[in-house]
Design a protein. Structure first.
Length: 402
Protein backbone atom coordinates (compact mmCIF):
# COMPACT_ATOMS: atom_id res chain seq x y z
CA UNK A 1 0.00 0.00 0.00
CA UNK A 2 1.31 3.45 -0.88
CA UNK A 3 2.14 5.51 2.21
CA UNK A 4 0.74 9.02 2.43
CA UNK A 5 2.90 11.19 4.64
CA UNK A 6 1.67 13.70 7.15
CA UNK A 7 3.58 16.89 6.38
CA UNK A 8 3.87 18.97 9.52
CA UNK A 9 4.95 22.56 10.03
CA UNK A 10 8.73 22.52 9.94
CA UNK A 11 10.79 24.69 12.22
CA UNK A 12 14.49 25.35 11.89
CA UNK A 13 16.83 22.94 13.60
CA UNK A 14 20.54 22.76 14.18
CA UNK A 15 22.66 21.62 11.26
CA UNK A 16 24.97 19.54 13.36
CA UNK A 17 23.78 16.07 12.45
CA UNK A 18 26.40 13.68 11.08
CA UNK A 19 25.48 13.20 7.43
CA UNK A 20 26.79 10.38 5.24
CA UNK A 21 25.94 9.61 1.61
CA UNK A 22 23.25 7.07 2.49
CA UNK A 23 22.57 7.63 6.18
CA UNK A 24 22.29 10.27 8.89
CA UNK A 25 23.09 10.28 12.59
CA UNK A 26 21.25 12.54 15.07
CA UNK A 27 22.28 13.26 18.65
CA UNK A 28 20.49 14.65 21.71
CA UNK A 29 21.24 18.25 20.67
CA UNK A 30 19.53 17.69 17.33
CA UNK A 31 16.38 15.93 18.57
CA UNK A 32 15.68 17.40 22.02
CA UNK A 33 14.95 20.93 20.85
CA UNK A 34 11.66 22.43 22.13
CA UNK A 35 8.95 23.00 19.50
CA UNK A 36 11.16 21.55 16.79
CA UNK A 37 10.26 19.08 14.08
CA UNK A 38 13.19 17.40 12.41
CA UNK A 39 12.52 15.70 9.09
CA UNK A 40 14.25 13.05 7.03
CA UNK A 41 13.66 13.63 3.36
CA UNK A 42 15.92 12.44 0.54
CA UNK A 43 17.35 9.48 2.43
CA UNK A 44 13.96 7.78 2.59
CA UNK A 45 12.91 8.34 -1.00
CA UNK A 46 13.59 4.68 -1.76
CA UNK A 47 12.74 3.51 1.75
CA UNK A 48 14.89 3.47 4.89
CA UNK A 49 15.47 1.89 8.30
CA UNK A 50 15.53 3.88 11.55
CA UNK A 51 17.43 2.77 14.68
CA UNK A 52 17.58 4.36 18.13
CA UNK A 53 19.71 3.94 21.24
CA UNK A 54 19.31 5.44 24.73
CA UNK A 55 21.27 4.32 27.82
CA UNK A 56 18.89 2.70 30.36
CA UNK A 57 20.22 4.88 33.18
CA UNK A 58 19.67 8.13 31.23
CA UNK A 59 16.35 8.77 32.98
CA UNK A 60 15.76 12.27 31.60
CA UNK A 61 16.43 11.13 28.05
CA UNK A 62 14.16 8.11 28.46
CA UNK A 63 11.32 10.22 29.82
CA UNK A 64 11.64 12.84 27.09
CA UNK A 65 11.98 10.13 24.45
CA UNK A 66 8.33 9.26 25.11
CA UNK A 67 7.51 12.72 23.71
CA UNK A 68 9.43 12.19 20.48
CA UNK A 69 7.36 10.63 17.71
CA UNK A 70 8.66 9.28 14.43
CA UNK A 71 5.83 9.04 11.95
CA UNK A 72 4.27 9.23 8.56
CA UNK A 73 0.54 8.95 7.95
CA UNK A 74 0.31 5.22 8.71
CA UNK A 75 3.24 4.57 11.06
CA UNK A 76 3.75 6.18 14.44
CA UNK A 77 6.25 5.17 17.13
CA UNK A 78 7.95 6.99 19.98
CA UNK A 79 11.71 7.23 20.25
CA UNK A 80 11.37 5.46 23.61
CA UNK A 81 9.70 2.42 22.05
CA UNK A 82 12.04 2.36 19.08
CA UNK A 83 15.11 2.29 21.32
CA UNK A 84 13.72 -0.76 23.11
CA UNK A 85 13.42 -2.84 19.94
CA UNK A 86 15.99 -5.63 20.34
CA UNK A 87 15.76 -9.25 19.22
CA UNK A 88 15.82 -11.31 22.45
CA UNK A 89 17.53 -14.26 20.77
CA UNK A 90 20.26 -12.66 18.63
CA UNK A 91 20.41 -9.31 20.54
CA UNK A 92 20.38 -7.53 17.19
CA UNK A 93 18.80 -4.08 17.04
CA UNK A 94 15.41 -3.94 15.39
CA UNK A 95 14.53 -1.00 13.19
CA UNK A 96 11.50 0.94 12.08
CA UNK A 97 11.37 0.23 8.35
CA UNK A 98 9.76 2.51 5.78
CA UNK A 99 9.32 1.02 2.30
CA UNK A 100 9.61 2.94 -0.93
CA UNK A 101 6.77 5.43 -1.30
CA UNK A 102 5.64 8.97 -2.00
CA UNK A 103 4.61 11.91 0.07
CA UNK A 104 1.84 14.49 -0.06
CA UNK A 105 1.66 16.64 -3.15
CA UNK A 106 3.12 19.43 -1.03
CA UNK A 107 6.47 17.70 -1.48
CA UNK A 108 7.26 18.76 -5.04
CA UNK A 109 10.14 16.29 -5.37
CA UNK A 110 7.79 13.39 -4.61
CA UNK A 111 10.09 12.22 -1.85
CA UNK A 112 9.23 10.43 1.35
CA UNK A 113 9.21 12.73 4.37
CA UNK A 114 9.51 11.19 7.82
CA UNK A 115 8.85 13.52 10.71
CA UNK A 116 10.61 13.35 14.06
CA UNK A 117 8.61 15.58 16.35
CA UNK A 118 9.58 16.48 19.94
CA UNK A 119 6.69 17.84 21.99
CA UNK A 120 8.65 18.42 25.20
CA UNK A 121 10.53 21.46 26.49
CA UNK A 122 13.78 20.01 27.87
CA UNK A 123 16.67 21.04 25.66
CA UNK A 124 19.31 18.33 25.08
CA UNK A 125 17.55 16.14 27.65
CA UNK A 126 20.16 13.40 27.72
CA UNK A 127 22.33 11.05 25.65
CA UNK A 128 20.61 9.40 22.71
CA UNK A 129 21.29 8.32 19.16
CA UNK A 130 19.01 8.14 16.15
CA UNK A 131 20.34 6.55 12.98
CA UNK A 132 18.53 6.60 9.63
CA UNK A 133 19.87 4.32 6.90
CA UNK A 134 18.65 4.53 3.32
CA UNK A 135 17.80 1.44 1.31
CA UNK A 136 19.96 2.86 -1.47
CA UNK A 137 23.04 2.23 0.67
CA UNK A 138 22.38 -1.46 1.17
CA UNK A 139 24.66 -3.86 -0.65
CA UNK A 140 24.50 -7.59 -1.24
CA UNK A 141 26.82 -8.13 1.73
CA UNK A 142 24.82 -9.32 4.77
CA UNK A 143 24.97 -6.99 7.79
CA UNK A 144 23.87 -6.93 11.42
CA UNK A 145 23.21 -3.98 13.73
CA UNK A 146 23.72 -4.07 17.50
CA UNK A 147 23.70 -1.79 20.51
CA UNK A 148 26.94 -1.88 22.48
CA UNK A 149 25.25 -2.26 25.86
CA UNK A 150 23.17 -5.31 24.91
CA UNK A 151 25.35 -7.00 22.28
CA UNK A 152 25.91 -10.72 22.81
CA UNK A 153 27.03 -12.02 19.45
CA UNK A 154 27.87 -15.72 19.37
CA UNK A 155 26.04 -16.65 16.19
CA UNK A 156 27.38 -17.31 12.71
CA UNK A 157 28.51 -13.88 11.53
CA UNK A 158 27.42 -11.54 8.83
CA UNK A 159 30.32 -9.96 6.96
CA UNK A 160 29.39 -6.49 8.23
CA UNK A 161 28.67 -5.78 11.90
CA UNK A 162 27.61 -2.27 12.97
CA UNK A 163 27.54 -1.23 16.63
CA UNK A 164 25.63 1.82 17.92
CA UNK A 165 26.18 3.58 21.24
CA UNK A 166 25.73 7.12 22.64
CA UNK A 167 28.08 6.19 25.51
CA UNK A 168 31.75 5.09 25.59
CA UNK A 169 32.26 1.33 25.55
CA UNK A 170 34.76 -1.50 25.16
CA UNK A 171 34.35 -4.12 22.45
CA UNK A 172 36.38 -7.25 21.84
CA UNK A 173 36.48 -10.56 20.01
CA UNK A 174 37.78 -13.92 21.12
CA UNK A 175 40.60 -15.58 19.17
CA UNK A 176 39.80 -18.41 16.75
CA UNK A 177 41.84 -21.03 14.91
CA UNK A 178 40.38 -19.89 11.60
CA UNK A 179 42.04 -16.99 9.81
CA UNK A 180 40.25 -13.72 9.13
CA UNK A 181 40.91 -10.10 8.23
CA UNK A 182 38.85 -7.29 9.73
CA UNK A 183 38.59 -3.59 8.90
CA UNK A 184 36.72 -1.07 11.00
CA UNK A 185 35.28 2.38 10.26
CA UNK A 186 33.56 5.02 12.41
CA UNK A 187 30.60 4.98 10.04
CA UNK A 188 27.62 2.89 8.99
CA UNK A 189 27.13 -0.17 6.84
CA UNK A 190 27.58 1.59 3.49
CA UNK A 191 31.11 2.65 4.45
CA UNK A 192 32.19 -0.63 6.02
CA UNK A 193 33.70 -1.93 2.79
CA UNK A 194 36.91 -0.48 1.37
CA UNK A 195 36.45 2.64 -0.77
CA UNK A 196 33.01 3.46 0.60
CA UNK A 197 31.17 6.52 -0.74
CA UNK A 198 32.26 8.87 2.06
CA UNK A 199 36.04 8.33 1.85
CA UNK A 200 36.24 7.22 5.48
CA UNK A 201 39.58 6.41 7.06
CA UNK A 202 40.04 3.03 8.71
CA UNK A 203 40.14 3.33 12.47
CA UNK A 204 41.38 -0.22 12.94
CA UNK A 205 42.51 -3.22 10.91
CA UNK A 206 43.75 -6.69 11.69
CA UNK A 207 45.13 -8.76 8.85
CA UNK A 208 44.92 -12.52 8.41
CA UNK A 209 47.67 -14.27 10.37
CA UNK A 210 46.65 -17.87 9.71
CA UNK A 211 44.56 -17.81 12.87
CA UNK A 212 42.52 -14.92 14.24
CA UNK A 213 44.14 -13.42 17.40
CA UNK A 214 41.09 -11.37 18.43
CA UNK A 215 41.17 -7.78 19.65
CA UNK A 216 40.00 -5.39 22.36
CA UNK A 217 39.09 -1.77 21.52
CA UNK A 218 38.18 1.14 23.77
CA UNK A 219 35.64 3.21 21.86
CA UNK A 220 34.22 6.73 22.12
CA UNK A 221 32.26 6.57 18.87
CA UNK A 222 28.50 6.58 18.25
CA UNK A 223 28.79 4.15 15.36
CA UNK A 224 31.44 1.58 14.52
CA UNK A 225 31.27 -0.90 11.63
CA UNK A 226 33.40 -3.99 11.11
CA UNK A 227 33.94 -5.73 7.80
CA UNK A 228 35.19 -9.33 7.91
CA UNK A 229 36.95 -10.82 4.92
CA UNK A 230 35.89 -14.37 5.72
CA UNK A 231 32.57 -15.97 6.65
CA UNK A 232 33.96 -17.57 9.79
CA UNK A 233 32.40 -17.38 13.27
CA UNK A 234 33.66 -14.49 15.39
CA UNK A 235 32.26 -13.99 18.87
CA UNK A 236 31.98 -10.41 20.17
CA UNK A 237 31.72 -9.20 23.74
CA UNK A 238 31.10 -5.67 25.01
CA UNK A 239 30.97 -3.73 28.25
CA UNK A 240 30.11 -0.16 29.11
CA UNK A 241 33.53 0.96 30.26
CA UNK A 242 36.36 3.02 28.83
CA UNK A 243 40.03 2.80 29.82
CA UNK A 244 42.49 5.68 29.44
CA UNK A 245 45.42 3.24 29.53
CA UNK A 246 45.77 1.04 26.44
CA UNK A 247 48.38 -0.67 24.28
CA UNK A 248 49.79 -0.07 20.82
CA UNK A 249 47.32 -2.64 19.46
CA UNK A 250 44.38 -0.21 19.71
CA UNK A 251 43.37 3.11 18.19
CA UNK A 252 42.65 6.37 19.98
CA UNK A 253 40.12 8.98 18.89
CA UNK A 254 38.39 12.03 20.21
CA UNK A 255 34.78 11.47 21.35
CA UNK A 256 32.30 11.38 18.47
CA UNK A 257 34.94 11.13 15.70
CA UNK A 258 33.92 9.70 12.31
CA UNK A 259 36.83 10.45 9.95
CA UNK A 260 34.74 10.59 6.80
CA UNK A 261 34.63 13.42 4.31
CA UNK A 262 33.48 16.51 6.20
CA UNK A 263 34.79 15.30 9.59
CA UNK A 264 31.48 15.96 11.39
CA UNK A 265 31.37 15.19 15.10
CA UNK A 266 28.62 13.41 17.02
CA UNK A 267 27.92 14.95 20.44
CA UNK A 268 26.93 13.31 23.71
CA UNK A 269 26.68 14.66 27.25
CA UNK A 270 28.61 11.54 28.29
CA UNK A 271 31.64 12.68 26.27
CA UNK A 272 34.38 14.88 27.71
CA UNK A 273 35.90 17.98 26.08
CA UNK A 274 39.43 16.93 26.96
CA UNK A 275 41.51 13.81 26.71
CA UNK A 276 44.44 12.38 28.64
CA UNK A 277 45.55 8.93 27.58
CA UNK A 278 48.49 6.60 28.12
CA UNK A 279 49.61 4.15 25.42
CA UNK A 280 52.28 1.55 26.09
CA UNK A 281 54.13 -1.44 24.70
CA UNK A 282 53.48 -4.94 25.96
CA UNK A 283 54.18 -5.66 29.61
CA UNK A 284 57.25 -7.66 30.51
CA UNK A 285 58.99 -8.70 33.71
CA UNK A 286 57.90 -10.41 36.88
CA UNK A 287 55.14 -9.47 39.27
CA UNK A 288 55.98 -6.28 41.21
CA UNK A 289 58.75 -5.44 38.72
CA UNK A 290 56.63 -5.18 35.57
CA UNK A 291 57.83 -2.74 32.91
CA UNK A 292 56.88 -2.08 29.30
CA UNK A 293 58.68 -3.50 26.29
CA UNK A 294 60.66 -1.11 24.08
CA UNK A 295 58.76 -1.04 20.78
CA UNK A 296 59.24 0.38 17.30
CA UNK A 297 55.98 2.25 16.85
CA UNK A 298 54.52 4.53 14.21
CA UNK A 299 51.62 6.84 15.02
CA UNK A 300 49.41 7.66 12.03
CA UNK A 301 47.21 10.69 12.72
CA UNK A 302 44.07 11.89 10.97
CA UNK A 303 43.55 15.47 12.13
CA UNK A 304 40.89 18.12 12.17
CA UNK A 305 42.51 20.43 14.70
CA UNK A 306 44.23 23.82 14.72
CA UNK A 307 47.28 25.26 16.48
CA UNK A 308 45.16 26.26 19.47
CA UNK A 309 44.02 22.68 20.10
CA UNK A 310 46.86 20.41 18.99
CA UNK A 311 47.20 16.76 19.85
CA UNK A 312 50.08 16.71 22.32
CA UNK A 313 52.07 13.47 22.30
CA UNK A 314 54.88 12.92 24.78
CA UNK A 315 57.34 10.13 24.13
CA UNK A 316 58.06 9.45 27.80
CA UNK A 317 60.90 7.03 27.09
CA UNK A 318 62.91 9.52 25.02
CA UNK A 319 61.65 12.74 26.64
CA UNK A 320 60.35 14.17 23.36
CA UNK A 321 57.18 16.14 22.67
CA UNK A 322 55.15 16.31 19.46
CA UNK A 323 52.38 18.80 18.70
CA UNK A 324 50.14 17.60 15.88
CA UNK A 325 47.57 19.80 14.19
CA UNK A 326 46.16 20.07 10.69
CA UNK A 327 43.08 19.58 8.54
CA UNK A 328 41.95 18.76 5.02
CA UNK A 329 41.71 22.44 4.07
CA UNK A 330 45.46 22.85 4.58
CA UNK A 331 46.34 19.45 3.09
CA UNK A 332 48.00 18.31 6.31
CA UNK A 333 45.25 16.20 7.90
CA UNK A 334 47.34 13.03 7.54
CA UNK A 335 50.57 12.97 9.53
CA UNK A 336 52.87 10.30 10.96
CA UNK A 337 55.53 10.15 13.64
CA UNK A 338 57.80 7.26 14.62
CA UNK A 339 59.84 6.34 17.66
CA UNK A 340 61.35 3.48 19.63
CA UNK A 341 59.48 3.81 22.88
CA UNK A 342 57.90 2.07 25.84
CA UNK A 343 55.34 4.68 26.79
CA UNK A 344 53.42 7.57 25.20
CA UNK A 345 51.27 10.17 26.96
CA UNK A 346 48.63 11.92 24.86
CA UNK A 347 46.73 15.06 25.78
CA UNK A 348 44.14 17.20 23.96
CA UNK A 349 41.68 19.96 24.82
CA UNK A 350 38.68 20.69 22.64
CA UNK A 351 38.45 24.28 21.42
CA UNK A 352 35.60 24.08 18.89
CA UNK A 353 32.76 21.65 18.09
CA UNK A 354 34.26 19.90 15.09
CA UNK A 355 37.78 19.56 16.48
CA UNK A 356 38.69 15.88 16.30
CA UNK A 357 41.45 13.40 15.59
CA UNK A 358 42.25 9.72 15.20
CA UNK A 359 45.54 8.05 16.15
CA UNK A 360 46.39 4.59 14.84
CA UNK A 361 49.43 2.69 16.06
CA UNK A 362 51.59 0.28 14.06
CA UNK A 363 54.47 -1.77 15.49
CA UNK A 364 57.34 -3.52 13.74
CA UNK A 365 60.66 -5.26 14.37
CA UNK A 366 62.16 -2.76 11.89
CA UNK A 367 62.36 0.94 12.92
CA UNK A 368 59.91 3.31 11.24
CA UNK A 369 60.72 6.80 10.00
CA UNK A 370 58.61 9.89 10.65
CA UNK A 371 56.93 12.06 8.03
CA UNK A 372 55.79 15.72 8.07
CA UNK A 373 56.20 16.25 11.82
CA UNK A 374 59.26 17.36 13.77
CA UNK A 375 59.61 16.45 17.47
CA UNK A 376 59.79 19.51 19.71
CA UNK A 377 61.04 20.07 23.23
CA UNK A 378 58.74 21.91 25.67
CA UNK A 379 60.70 25.15 25.20
CA UNK A 380 60.56 25.11 21.41
CA UNK A 381 58.70 27.97 19.70
CA UNK A 382 55.30 27.06 18.32
CA UNK A 383 56.35 28.49 14.96
CA UNK A 384 58.76 25.59 14.65
CA UNK A 385 55.80 23.24 14.27
CA UNK A 386 54.89 24.78 10.92
CA UNK A 387 57.97 23.58 9.08
CA UNK A 388 56.78 20.94 6.62
CA UNK A 389 58.98 21.04 3.54
CA UNK A 390 62.09 19.49 5.06
CA UNK A 391 60.40 17.76 7.95
CA UNK A 392 60.73 14.25 6.56
CA UNK A 393 64.51 14.55 6.03
CA UNK A 394 65.15 16.08 9.45
CA UNK A 395 62.98 13.45 11.15
CA UNK A 396 65.03 10.67 9.56
CA UNK A 397 68.29 12.31 10.69
CA UNK A 398 66.99 12.73 14.21
CA UNK A 399 65.93 9.06 14.38
CA UNK A 400 69.46 8.02 13.34
CA UNK A 401 71.06 10.17 16.02
CA UNK A 402 68.90 8.81 18.87
Amino acid sequence: MKHILLLSVLFGFTESEVLFSNSILYDQYDIFQPTTTTFVNNLCKEGCSVYASIPPDATDALEEAKKVTIYDFETNITLFDLAALIDPVTTQKKSLDFPNGYSFAFDQAKQRVININYSGDVEAAGPMLLYVFSNTGKSNVPFEVYEARTMKRSISPARIVTVLSPEPFTIGTNPTQLGNTVYSYAAGMENAINYGPDQCVKVFELNDQGSFPGFVLNVQLPILSFFFNMDTPVEFYTRIAYSTVTGFDQFLSTPGFNGCYGMQVYRSSLYKDSLEHTVSGEKEGRIMTTSFRLTNVRVDATLNTDEDSPVKITDVTNNKDFDLWGDNAHNNAQQSIAMNSKLLFIKWNKQYTRSSFLLRFATSDIPFTSTTVIPTQPTTSSAYRNILGVASLLAVLLSLLN
